[in-house]
Design a protein around this ligand. Structure first.
Ligand code: 9MR
Length: 325
């Protein structure tokens, strides 16, 4: 069988091509991962919950295995994530006062930086703090209830203080929807005026084939880049189901797969145009079989196929459309 082209080679002059991975996947699909991707993100293993389950308990093993794989194969590694309303253990918030929470966040960051800063090229300092609906900029979360609107700026200040040369990202989803985008842009302004605290905006890129608006994507890239930050495409996937869709049926029709291939081709053509501001494009998973979308938001829904490789690590039509240009 002829060797398939390598995404990371094809995009060497453009940006890193990444994948979210787990230590198990590095064992079972390590060959695919090291030949196709130039950057890794731990899908869960560097989040506060998994790595820091109790104040004096750290579980480094999985994150260490990922960092070792990245070093061994010369891959970049993204740090995901330090401050998030999800997958953060209850003990962070216990007591409920600002100073206690901030001192815990600071201690957490310090250990993460001491152990992983040499391996990590970019940190998602804060993830998903902006509200999807309504006029409020910030999502109602335990973090926000305790720290208020300072939550994001304070988190970035702490990160800067502890790791002055760090490369710091604010990461969020629904990033191309105009109402939420306006709020994220305001947040980037806050981070800029508090002392140039942010280096890049992370577009998560959890999209689907039914309602992705490519003009809004292009406009969004321009609006975010106009804030003077770089862009990292951090969690790309293209679901075959619409986001509002809660039905159980099989969306993997030939028509939908053809539409997906066409869209992947167009998305990457836009990304290539903006290579000067885009550092990296990371897929949220390596193959369809490992995608978080299996079972989300509907359990037992037929197999979703949001990525470029099928469950057997074979390239799909959408892969061809991404490498052929
Ligand atoms: O893919 C991750 C999944 O395994 C976890 O159960 C989930 C918990 O919230 O987080 C998923 O990853 C998320 C990422 O960390 C932040 N953006 C959305 C991703 C998909 O939910």
């Amino acid at each position: 069988m002829p060797a398939i082209p390598s995404l990371k080679e094809r995009y060497r002059d453009y940006f890193d091509i990444g994948a979210a991975i787990t230590p198990q996947l590095l064992q079972t699909k390590g060959d695919l991962i090291k030949t196709q991707f130039s950057s890794l993100t731990a899908e869960n293993q560097m989040k506060p919950g998994p790595i820091h389950p109790a104040p004096d308990t750290w579980a480094f093993e999985d994150a260490d295995a990922i960092a070792a794989f990245a070093r061994e194969h010369n891959l970049h590694l993204r740090g995901h994530t330090l401050v998030w309303h999800n997958q953060t253990p209850e003990w962070f918030y216990e007591g409920g006062d600002k100073d206690t929470l901030l001192s815990r966040v600071k201690a957490h960051m310090q250990v993460m930086f001491d152990r992983y800063a040499k391996d990590i090229i970019a940190w998602d300092v804060v993830n998903e703090a902006v509200a999807d609906q309504g006029d409020e900029i910030f999502r109602d979360s335990r973090y926000h209830q305790i720290l208020g609107d300072n939550l994001v700026v304070r988190s970035f200040e702490l990160a800067r203080e502890l790791l002055p040369g760090g490369y710091f990202v604010y990461n969020d989803y629904n990033e191309i929807m105009p109402a939420k985008r306006t709020k994220i842009l305001a947040l980037l302004d806050m981070l800029k005026s508090a002392g140039n605290l942010v280096d890049a905006f992370g577009f998560q890129c959890h999209w689907n084939i039914h309602d992705l608006d490519l003009d809004e994507l292009r406009r969004s890239i321009e609006l975010y880049a106009a804030k003077g930050v770089h862009l990292q495409m951090t969690e790309l996937d293209l679901s075959l189901y619409a986001s509002s869709d809660k039905e159980i049926y099989d969306a993997a029709t030939p028509e939908n797969l053809a539409l997906q291939a066409d869209l992947y081709g167009k998305i990457f053509a836009i990304f290539r145009e903006y290579k000067d501001v885009i550092d990296s494009v990371t897929f949220w998973g390596a193959t369809d079989a490992d995608s978080w979308l299996q079972g989300f938001p509907v359990r037992n829904r037929p197999y979703n196929q949001p990525l470029l490789f099928d469950g057997e690590c074979q390239p799909k039509e959408c892969f061809r459309r991404v490498v052929e240009f």
